[in-house]
Design a protein around this ligand. Sequence first.
Ligand code: BYC
Length: 332
Amino acid sequence: MYTQAIDLAPGASPARPEAASGRDAAFEAAIAQDRKVEAQDWMPEGYRKTLVRQISQHAHSEVVGMLPEGNWVTRAPSLKRKAILLAKIQDEGGHGLYLYAAAETLGVARDDLIDGLLTGRAKYSSIFNYPAPSWADMGAIGWLVDGAAIMNQIPLCRCSYGPYARAMIRICKEESFHQRQGFDIMLSLARGTPAQKAMAQASLNRWWWPVVMMFGPSDKDSIHSAQTMVWGIKRISNDDLRQKFIDATVPQAELLGLSIPDPDLKWNAQRGHYDYGAIDWDEFWRVVNGDGPCNRERLGDRVRAHEKGAWVREAAMAHAAKQAARSQQRAA
Ligand code: BYC
């Protein structure tokens, strides 16, 4: 997918040797005409840095997002559910890889990005710092977390940066399967025994507000939105996406026969949207800043997995070096 990537020294900026004003004009024209900016095109440093930040945070979220579900692979209630869960988790690892590859086209080294995650320098989505203590959480994560992810990611398929937009197209197709498998788990539980239905309701109660927060701070507090919308990276604001998600999800909860834990949730015919209750932004920022229920556990697990995988990386590098030496010998 990323064969358009060019060979750049890590840290090098993909600049074209043109006069500054011409470069700016070409970039501005691409944005104004809604054309894609590609890796080899000149781009303002702020645009490049913003993309590296967002794409790498997104990649980290996919990788950390494997952890709450990984815990349930050995406890899935049937072979079919286990196979589906495994496939979903594997997809998330794949999404992380497409996204790291997309970030690399901007002249950053993957090792630096991963170091940012492991040292706590880089953010990942707040949502993965919540626990998943019951099987119903596998349903709620797929239905709600992947549902929110799709809502946020569909507009990113139209992002102005080509490699990110193209990665998002494939990711969204897979997320759609993830969302449906989650809803299917919730449906089975909601139509099951009273204890199963209660488990589904308890899970919805736990995940609802963290998922509503996942779209990011309200528009008035979003520091990046104004600029990223001008650049065509973000197409729909945090609050507008949150509203679209709530409007789409309420009827799904009704179909499941589950109630959303928000006493202020009600249809507003005048606005044509659901009104919803106040979001606990203190909780959001606590979690974003490292003090959520599972932040330490998630990061600790990632660091341990990285350390345990050192021998695999070393073996792969040694193999690649051997292959390169052999093809050099053959060419000589
Ligand atoms: N968690 O100015 P703002 C998934 C940070 S889905 C943590 O509005 P922006 C998956 C933000 O980074 C999840 N931090 O920022 C699903 C910024 O801090 P910095 C991943 C958050 O970038 C299922 C500050 O708050 N999806 O992977 O314009 C299974 C101010 O915010 C959060 C993506 O990453 C949060 N929830 O908008 C497995 C989608 N929200 O960076 C995996 C791509 C905000 O200045 N990303 N912050 O230190 C985006 O669309 C945007 O980056 C966001 C935030 C909407 C998330």
